[in-house]
Design a binder for this molecule. Structure first.
Ligand SMILES: Cc1cc2nc3c(=O)[nH]c(=O)nc-3n(C[C@H](O)[C@H](O)[C@H](O)COP(=O)(O)OP(=O)(O)OC[C@H]3O[C@@H](n4cnc5c(N)ncnc54)[C@H](O)[C@@H]3O)c2cc1C
Length: 461
């Protein structure tokens, strides 16, 4: 019997921490997990899940408008923000309960407290001051929105955390940032009837996504009434009687009811006792780990957003499962970051897996690019001026599909399935030999027979 209180102590009850704790406990390990706020972490409490519920809410006005083209007369509609927030909160509370139930069912000790390291094997539970020891420790404390403290007036702004609990829906909002969180919230608030401006210092929103999709989404957002100011930044925010006044670098003065800063996330490592335990961090405060999520201290692992690798829920969960294999199943397993499908839940939606045309152009001598842009069937009767984009990037030498990109309805759902085909190493010939499923939008993916263009040495030819 080990002299430690626990075999495993997990700090942080989010996506990665809960998975590691639950599975280790179900293997018979003596496990404790500490969470300082709410079990479920960012994803469940103030990230993916509530965001997707808001995305659904924000799209109903388009459904109501589209209905007319199909013969429906929809009566006057109205939207109640408080009702949505309450319904969302009830669902989040249910999910939080399920997370705890999973942990207690596996016999993990669930601690509702902040935890900090005292040394490499000792953790202090901040609620009581009690210390406990563990043979192995996982740090899975996630991240938090960067407050952008250098911006004068940043204290008048909100982050994505507060966006989930606004007392009232504002008449207007300015969102600073060009990443997926900024873009998704711009679509959510616009869809709920808020006058929305997105301000981003880069040349185009959503860096690292395929250029075609970035431009396509930008144009679609502008067409539906979202103002997008690229090449610009906020210089100052001040509060007056009628709301907030914003000074921008290139677009003069703006007014807004709410300003949301979505300018990146910082790892939660402050005050965690990392120095006391000797755990090394990088210049951004993220915990440095090896290929197996082990820190420089032999018995301390770190996983999920706190390590600043790929900040997505399935990745944190995958890293937790690799930890279990490595530590408890005598099967050292590295997380696999190749071909992670991702989505941007905007309207239209982006779904993507593999390399963008730009990245693939750098890696392969010659590419075949198959590209289709079309009006989906539903948009014919609805009359909506909407175009879908589908794109396959193929390595001409091996015929392997190395990237698949979609802009349009259900793009995220399609990207998940395309992820299987790319992971399996499917070639363009496999796509060609697959029977189309008619009439769907996705059938376009298997009916693009001739390349739209080629890319040689990074240049379109
Ligand atoms: C608005 C938003 C939308 C997102 N949408 C998506 C999406 O659509 N798809 C997707 O895959 N990902 C999405 N993400 C990212 C996803 O939420 C994170 O990648 C994921 O939650 C990371 O999991 P984690 O376990 O590393 O950390 P978290 O889930 O952040 O969990 C860390 C937990 O540790 C707790 N904690 C911190 N310090 C301590 C301490 N000292 N003691 C005790 N507890 C502590 C925190 O309270 C938190 O609950 C989104 C994120 C945001 C902010």
């Amino acid at each position: 019997m080990s002299s430690y209180d626990y075999d495993l102590f997990v700090i942080g009850g989010g996506s990665g921490g809960v998975r590691a704790a639950r599975v280790a406990a179900s293997l018979g390990k003596r496990v404790a997990i500490a969470e300082e706020y709410r079990y479920g972490g960012t994803c469940v409490i103030r990230g993916c899940v509530p965001k997707k519920l808001f995305v659904y809410a924000s799209q109903f006005h388009e459904h109501f408008e589209d209905a007319e083209g199909f013969g429906w007369t929809v009566g006057e509609s109205s939207f109640d923000w408080k009702k949505l927030v309450a319904a969302k909160d009830a669902e989040i509370a249910r999910l939080e309960g399920l997370y705890k139930k999973g942990l207690s069912g596996a016999n993990a000790d669930i601690l509702e407290t902040r935890a900090e390291l005292v040394d490499a094997h000792t953790v202090r539970l901040m609620k009581t001051g009690q210390t406990v020891t563990a043979k192995t420790i996982i740090i899975a404390t996630g991240g938090r929105p960067n407050p952008h403290a250098a911006l004068p007036g940043h204290e008048f702004c909100i982050s994505s955390n507060e966006a989930f609990h606004l007392e009232e829906l504002p008449k207007s909002i300015v969102i600073a940032g060009g990443g997926y969180i900024a873009v998704e919230f711009a679509n959510i608030f616009h869809g709920l009837g808020v006058e929305t401006t997105l301000i981003y210092r880069g040349a185009e929103i959503l860096s690292r996504f395929d250029e075609d999709l970035r431009r396509g989404l930008h144009e679609a957002m502008v067409a539906k009434g979202i103002r997008i100011l690229c090449h610009d930044t906020l210089q100052k925010v001040s509060k007056g009687e009628d709301g907030l006044t914003l000074e921008t670098m290139n677009n003069g003065t703006l007014q807004a009811g709410v300003v949301l800063l979505a300018l990146g996330r910082d790892p939660n490592t402050e005050g965690l006792g990392l120095e006391a335990a000797g755990v090394a961090v990088d210049e951004r405060g993220a915990i440095i780990v090896d290929d197996y999520s082990r820190t420089n201290i032999e018995n301390i692992y770190a996983l999920g957003d706190v390590t600043n690798r790929v900040q997505l829920t399935p990745v944190a969960i995958h890293e937790a499962m690799c930890f279990i294999e490595t530590e408890y199943k005598n099967n050292p397993t590295r997380p696999d970051y190749d071909l992670i499908p991702t989505a941007v839940f905007s309207l239209p939606e982006i779904g993507t897996v593999g390399l963008s045309e730009e990245e693939a152009g750098k890696r392969y001598d010659e590419l075949e690019v198959y590209r289709a842009q079309f009006r989906p069937l539903k948009a014919t009767l609805s009359g909506r001026a909407e175009r879908m984009i589908m794109k396959l990037i193929v390595d001409a030498a091996s015929r392997k599909v190395v990237g698949a990109h979609i802009l349009g309805h259900d793009a995220g759902e399609m990207a998940q399935l395309l992820g299987v085909t790319l992971k399996a190493g499917c070639t363009k010939d496999d796509f060609d030999q697959t029977m189309a499923l008619h009439p769907t939008a996705a059938e376009e993916l298997v009916t693009m027979y001739a390349p739209s263009y080629r890319v040689r040495d990074g240049q379109r030819v």
